[in-house]
Structures are given as structure tokens and as C-alpha cells.
Design a binder for this molecule. Structure first.
Ligand SMILES: Nc1ncnc2c1ncn2[C@@H]1O[C@H](COP(=O)(O)OP(=O)(O)OP(=O)(O)O)[C@@H](O)[C@H]1O
Ligand SMILES: [Mg+2]
Length: 392
């Protein structure tokens, strides 16, 4: 696009001759004004690339005028026309207003054109520089984020290896504790029976924890079967199980499961996610508090929200949420949220935690819908049957 040039001088003779010269010598879009205020008003609809202004004008002096132009159009090339006597103030204006050059009257058209061209060139260069700079800054941020992720995943991998070893050993020893069951079954002594049963109960709890640990240590690349399922149905099932959880006593679970989006999921894993999130919400709440579990359709997938009005989390706790084994609970393992996030991500979804200390917490899980997950197979069927036109 041709540069738009504004020529402003209260002397009509000057604008006339300058305008004509510029129009003859260039293909620029040249507009002339004898009142700077009118020029300013005009600029709203037609932003200037170049503004050439006289210094001494009665209504609005050149430097004030160009100052206003500079404020509104930071990249415009500004030139000041001066008589020889006003050189000093022109030079000051260069610094104060950011004027490209001053041009002495009478001007030499060839010189003036050259000056304007140089100004435009410099403006383009600065523009390119700014863009490249912004791009570079964006890249640096990306690299930093990638680095952070790498460090986090390395740490997870190391912790995972330790956890796998630990789970294996614990599992072996725990199997031996299983003899307590035999003792409980065979003894006639009531006291011994009671003690043995306590051990059996403890063994079950520990075994469940070992399972959790194994689950955590399991590599992310492991594939497991997924099937189309009604996600809200899975949530209902999870809530049935949770009714027997003593930690939830007195907390009011409020399901909103009217939407019935489908997802391609591993039912057991997603149930585990729901259980983890609802337990966290209940554990953070007081007796009598409500925990809401809502399902909605969003972005072609399922949005599951578990929200509570419990303790919420401080910024310090939120910053550590990704860390395995990070817990603020006396009997927590600090794995629930991490495992849930991983399961969700393995399903191609995402888990977002929003929390405010003293207000509550909302955990959103988004899972992709059937269409997204099943695109590949559908395309195959279409090719086979050769009926690509009539989509249902
Ligand atoms: N809804 C919530 N409200 C307040 N704090 C929460 C909530 N959910 C998680 N947290 C905080 O995040 C920490 C980590 O949660 P996570 O579920 O991973 O482990 P945990 O609940 O401590 O132990 P577990 O492995 O038994 O789930 C919790 O200890 C708690 O401080
Ligand atoms: Mg938990």
C-alpha cells in the first residue's frame, strides 16, 4: 500500500507547491491541510505514515501538533518544516517529540524525498525488529516451559523407578502378613482372633496403598483398553462406591448428571479419577458441606467438575500440586491428584485445578468425545463401504 502523507502548513502556497511536488514525484497518497486541527481530525479515519508540518502555525503550533500525532501514531515518520531562524527549537523538537528530521525552507525537493524515504525505510526496519523481537521472546518462553516440563518429567521418572521397586518389595512382604488371615480362621482364642483381624484389616489397607503406588510407578506409555461409555454413568457408579467411604460422612454429594456425553474411556480408571477428586473435596470440607459433581458437554467432549467450598489451597500448596507424595494430610499418600491427572492425560484430556484458600476448590476434567477418538476407524469404514457422501 502506498504511504499516506499529510502536509500541514498555514501558508496555502507552501501546501500547494509541496503537495504538487510530492504527487508528481511519487505514487504516495498526499493530503494537504492549512489547519493542523483539521488534519488531526482527519487522521482518525486515515492513519498517517508521514506527517510534514510547519513549525509556526497560529491555531496549533507545529511541535504541539506533531506531539499529538506521535502519541496516537507511534510509528509515523514526522518532519518539521522550519525557517533558518528557528533551527534551535527544531532541534529540540527532534529529541522531545521524536521527530525524524527538520527541513529548512526553502526546501530542495530531491533532498526532501530522500529524507522521507529514509524515514519510511527506518520505520519498516524498526517494525520488523519489534516483530522479530516479540517472536524471539515467545520462543524463549516456549523453550523455558519445555525445559520445566522436562525437569518435572525426569523427576517423576526417577520417583517412579523408586516407587516401582518399593511397591514390589512391599508387595512381597505384605503377602506374608496375609498369614494373619489364616491365624484368625484357625484360632479358638478370642483375643488372638481379634488381634489377627486387626492385622488383616491393616494388611488390606496397605495392599491398597501398594496398588496405588504400583499404579503411580506404571509407565505412561502403557496402553489399556478403552470403550465407548456414558461418562455420567461412570460417575454415578463412583458415587455409589463413595457412599461407603467413611471420610465422606456427613458431606452432601450433589450430582448434576443430566448431560450424558459419551467418551472412549477405561471405566475403572475414570472411576478412580472421580473417587480421588470427590474424596479430596470431601476431605477439605466440613460435615454438612456440599460437594458438587457436574457433567456437561463442552468442545465436543465431556466436562466433569468437582467443586467444594472447603479449605481451598494456598498458593504455596498449589505450586506443589504436581509433586508426587506431596500431601498436607496426616494419612494422605500425596498421589491421588497426580495419578488422576495422568489418567486424564492418557485419555487425551486435561485436568485443571482452580482453588482459593478459605473459599474452595474446583477441579475440571475435560475428556475428548467419541468422534475425536474414533475418527480413524470411521474413515476406514467409509473407505470400505464406499459411501462417503451420506454421513449420519
Ligand atoms: N479439593 C481440595 N481442597 C483442598 N486441598 C486439596 C484439594 N484437593 C487436593 N488438595 C491438596 O492437595 C494435596 C494433594 O492431593 P492428592 O489427592 O494428590 O493427595 P492426598 O489427598 O494428600 O493423598 P491421597 O493420595 O490419599 O489422595 C492434598 O494433600 C491437599 O493439600
Ligand atoms: Mg487425595
Amino acid at each position: 500500500m502506498a504511504p499516506r502523507v499529510y502536509v500541514v502548513d498555514d501558508d496555502a502556497l507552501v501546501t500547494e507547491s509541496l503537495g504538487t511536488a510530492l504527487r508528481l514525484e511519487t505514487d504516495w497518497e498526499v493530503a494537504t491541510f492549512n489547519d493542523a486541527r483539521v488534519a488531526l481530525a482527519e487522521m482518525d479515519g486515515a492513519p498517517p505514515d508521514v506527517v510534514l508540518s510547519d513549525l509556526k502555525m497560529p491555531a496549533l503550533p507545529g511541535i504541539a501538533f506533531l506531539g499529538k500525532v506521535r502519541e496516537r501514531f507511534p510509528t509515523a515518520v514526522l518532519l518539521l518544516l522550519t525557517g533558518y531562524a528557528d533551527k534551535e527549537s527544531a532541534i529540540r523538537a527532534i529529541n522531545e517529540v521524536g521527530i525524524w528530521q527538520y527541513v529548512e525552507k526553502p526546501w530542495d525537493t530531491a533532498d526532501l524525498l530522500l529524507t522521507i524515504r529514509q524515514g519510511l525505510e527506518r520505520r519498516d526496519l524498526v517494525g520488523t525488529l519489534h516483530r522479530t523481537n516479540a517472536e524471539l521472546e515467545g520462543r524463549v518462553r516456549e523453550v523455558e516451559a519445555a525445559h520445566q516440563r522436562l525437569v518435572a518429567s525426569e523427576r517423576m521418572a526417577a520417583v517412579g523407578r523408586v516407587a516401582a521397586g518399593l511397591a514390589h518389595e512391599l508387595g512381597n512382604q505384605l503377602a506374608l502378613v496375609g498369614y494373619a488371615e489364616a491365624i484368625a480362621a484357625r484360632t479358638e482364642d478370642r483375643k488372638v482372633k481379634q488381634f489377627a483381624e486387626v492385622i488383616v484389616a491393616a494388611q488390606r489397607r496397605l495392599a491398597a496403598m501398594v496398588d496405588e503406588l504400583k499404579d503411580f510407578a506404571r509407565g505412561t506409555d502403557e496402553e489399556y483398553a478403552r470403550e465407548p461409555a456414558d461418562v455420567a454413568g461412570v460417575v454415578e457408579e463412583a458415587l455409589q462406591i463413595l457412599r461407603f467411604d467413611r471420610e465422606l460422612t456427613g458431606r452432601k454429594l450433589r450430582p448434576h448428571l443430566r448431560a450424558r456425553p459419551l467418551g472412549r474411556i477405561h471405566r475403572g480408571k475414570i472411576m478412580q479419577v472421580v473417587i480421588n477428586l470427590v474424596r479430596n473435596a470431601a476431605q477439605a470440607s466440613e460435615i454438612g458441606d456440599e460437594v458438587e459433581i457436574a457433567i456437561a458437554e463442552e468442545d465436543g467432549g465431556t466436562l466433569l467438575k468437582v467443586s467444594d467450598r472447603g479449605t481451598g489451597m494456598s498458593a504455596a500448596v498449589q505450586a506443589r500440586l504436581g509433586e508426587p507424595f506431596f500431601t498436607t494430610k496426616e494419612r494422605g499418600s500425596g498421589l491421588g491428584l497426580g495419578i488422576s491427572r495422568r489418567i486424564v492425560e492418557e485419555h487425551g484430556g486435561r485436568l485443571v485445578v482452580r482453588s482459593e484458600a478459605g473459599v474452595g476448590t474446583e477441579v475440571s476434567v475435560w475428556l475428548p468425545g467419541l468422534e475425536v477418538a474414533a475418527t480413524a476407524t470411521e474413515t476406514e469404514t467409509e473407505t470400505e463401504t464406499g459411501t462417503g457422501t451420506g454421513t449420519a
